[in-house]
Ligand binder design. Structure first.
Ligand code: G3I
Ligand code: 9MR
Length: 600
């Protein structure tokens, strides 16, 4: 490593690129490649798999200035137990006591150096902003102009003004000539389709970040066309998708189409080049429920901005109740793509989001509608469908989202409601109590499932590594930070910060899993726009899927079969290197939560 070279280029972003180009790799040092708040925990791991070191070696934190000042000296310690996957003890450098702001790297003489990092207040502001802006870059149906999109400016794709009603749709009273209009919204992921189930949890998660950390988002200026309208930009961005979601409801009966899609996944081309016919597919119960949950949670969040958005709050409220009523009369229309394809043409082969167990959807949606309407008809459903055990949130398991909503709701607003008996109030209080206990219990389970090799909750169980594993790390963070909000116990915040470090580089692969950030970062995500746009750098701000030993994409060249190493930065590797709206959402939550909870 030629540090004088580094010094000559100054302390700018190009620093990171220079590190990558340097001859010497970072060895087996695994650490957050962005940085730390001054008073937070700061840990780097020497991965024994790659690092031939031994404990008791000294390590140094060196300032990236012309004097290369040593600002901290410590000694490596062995991790408390073996790494769950490598089955060996790693070494750990703890430099939490270093609080002086600056640009640094860690050095173990004769062994290697880390990538650079910063210590400063609010170290994640740029990552957070990019994580939200990523949604803008995935917008359908509008030009992204250079003013807002910079070098990623592109033409509008998929106007979705003529969307065909697929034969799987039993009735579509509002269609004209067997077509309808449903422009806007975000592309789901690396593909160009739009799926209600996944949009639902994405919107609900992002709204929760806005609700819990309003001051973090009040000042976050995304530079999008809707900026400066007096609303937080996160909300502006969410509204772009919500307005599309509203168009996916049949106003005649309240049913909601499962997805808007082409028959097959598109080639690796820019959105505007894709001319395939688009269809709305079958109304399903999951779509109706997830739609109702997202629209009602939006109506609840928007109450604070009501006079800025005349009409929208009311439309959302009505849409949510109508979708619920449709679900009540169609309680078990599950999306089974194979069965659907046996009866309908064209065959549809894009993402299914086909959840067969809807108990958790009933629960979360009943919670949201209860909070929005104060109508006690939702109480029995909540009582009946409350999950016995909560799992971390995912597109197919939203019970924890409902429990989070219920546990944070206050009794305020429920007093003096007509028609509520003392017993109803008692039932609500008991349900709230058990929701809160369940969220805290889940957080406690998480704090006890540590992979000692990296001191992270993420990877504490082998099942953490499945498709979209990085979103599991972020969703674990969401649960932990909710428990922190509910109890103010530092153990939850510290565990969540460990997962944030995991995603930014303290993991076995050595990658900072966010496009455009860190020194070793995905350059080839499975993201059609990033692949087809002739710009070398991928669209920034996306969390990639992450290690997944399923390796369903069949790509050759994965470095290892080990669960935590089953990752490859290859644009065909969709089971580990795709991006998705539902994966960035808990990432946004975690970044905002950690920012708000920064130790001063
Ligand atoms: O639930 C089982 C779990 O019990 C088991 O232990 C584990 C072992 O691998 O598998 C789990 O199921 C996996 C599930 O994801 C977990 O969420 C399935 O094997 C896996 O096939 C499934 O992958 C889904 C993938 O689509 C394929 O259907 C992902 O969740 C889902 O995020 C992804 O979504 C796609 C859309 O279809 C299309 N757009 C892109 C998007 C992101 O890749
Ligand atoms: O690009 C598709 C991605 O969005 C999906 O998550 C993934 C799994 O459903 O499928 C990708 O599409 C691939 C298809 O499944 C198989 N043929 C190659 C396609 C592009 O790599």
């Amino acid at each position: 490593m030629t540090f004088p070279l580094l010094l000559s280029i100054g302390l700018s972003c190009s620093l990171h690129a220079q590190f990558l180009n340097a001859d010497e790799p970072a060895g087996g040092i695994r650490a957050n490649q962005i940085g730390y708040a001054p008073y937070s925990t700061k840990i780097a791991i020497m991965d024994s798999y790659l690092f031939p070191g031994q404990h008791k070696l000294p390590f140094y934190i060196i300032a990236l200035n012309q004097f290369a000042d040593t600002v901290f000296r410590g000694e490596l310690q062995s991790t408390p137990a073996a790494d769950l996957y490598a089955k060996k003890v790693n070494y750990l450098a703890d430099f939490s006591k270093l609080s002086r702001e600056g640009h640094y790297y860690l050095s173990i003489p004769g062994q290697g150096v880390s990538y650079p990092f910063i210590i400063q207040q609010n170290p994640f502001d740029a990552v957070l902003k990019a994580a939200v802006k990523a949604y803008y870059y995935n917008r359908a149906s509008m030009d992204l102009t250079a003013r807002y999109a910079g070098r990623w400016a592109r033409k509008a794709g998929h106007p979705d003004t003529i969307v065909y009603i697929h034969s799987s749709v039993a009735s579509a009273a509002h269609s004209k000539n067997n077509t309808l209009r449903a422009p806007g919204g975000w592309y789901d992921a690396g593909d160009y389709n739009k799926y209600i189930v996944n949009s639902g949890i994405t919107v609900s998660t992002l709204l929760e970040a806005l609700t819990d950390y309003p001051s973090v988002f009040a000042s976050l200026d995304l530079g999008i066309p809707e900026s400066d309208k007096g609303l937080p930009d996160l909300l502006n961005e969410i509204l772009y998708n919500l307005r599309w979601m509203l168009k996916m409801q049949d106003p005649a009966d309240g049913g909601v189409y499962h997805k808007l899609t082409s028959a097959n996944f598109d080639r690796m081309e820019m959105p505007q080049s894709d001319q395939a016919k688009r269809y709305v597919i079958q109304k399903t119960t999951a779509a109706a429920l997830d739609f109702a949950a997202a629209t009602s949670s939006a109506a609840r969040s928007l109450a604070a901005y009501r006079n800025k958005l005349p009409g929208l709050t009311d439309s959302l409220r009505q849409a949510a109740v109508k979708a619920w009523d449709w679900a009540k009369t169609h309680p078990l229309v599950v999306y089974d793509q194979d069965a659907m394809n046996r009866k309908n043409r064209p065959k549809i082969t894009t993402g299914a989001y086909g959840d067969k167990n809807l108990q958790d959807e009933w629960y979360q949606t009943a919670v949201s509608l209860l909070l929005m309407t104060k109508d006690k008809r939702y109480l029995p459903v909540i009582a009946h469908d409350a999950p016995e055990h909560l799992n971390i949130p995912s597109w197919s398991d939203v019970g924890a989202v409902g429990a989070i909503w219920l546990s944070k709701a206050t009794a305020k607003g429920f007093e003096n409601i007509q028609g509520w008996s003392a017993e109803d109030h008692h039932t609500l209080a008991a349900l709230q109590q058990s929701a809160k206990a369940a969220v805290i219990h889940l957080a406690d389970q998480l704090t006890q499932q540590i992979n000692p090799g990296f001191s992270t909750v993420m990877g504490g169980r082998a099942t953490d590594f499945s498709w979209g594993s990085n979103s599991s790390a972020a969703n674990q963070g969401w649960i932990l930070m909710t428990a922190y909000l509910l109890t103010h116990k530092n153990i939850y915040r510290d565990a969540a910060l460990g997962n944030l470090d995991y995603l930014l580089g303290r993991n076995a692969t050595g990658y900072c899993f966010v496009t455009g950030f860190g020194s070793l970062s995905p350059l080839h995500p499975h993201h059609r726009i990033s692949i087809a746009d002739d710009i070398e750098d991928p669209i920034p701000g996306f969390l990639v899927g992450g290690p997944n030993p399923g390796r369903q994409d069949g790509v050759k060249g994965y470095p290892s079969k080990r669960a935590d190493l089953s990752y490859i930065d290859n644009d065909q590797a969709y089971s580990v290197n795709e991006v998705a709206i539902n994966w960035n959402a808990p990432w946004v939550y975690l970044l905002a939560a950690i920012t708000a909870a920064e130790k001063k």
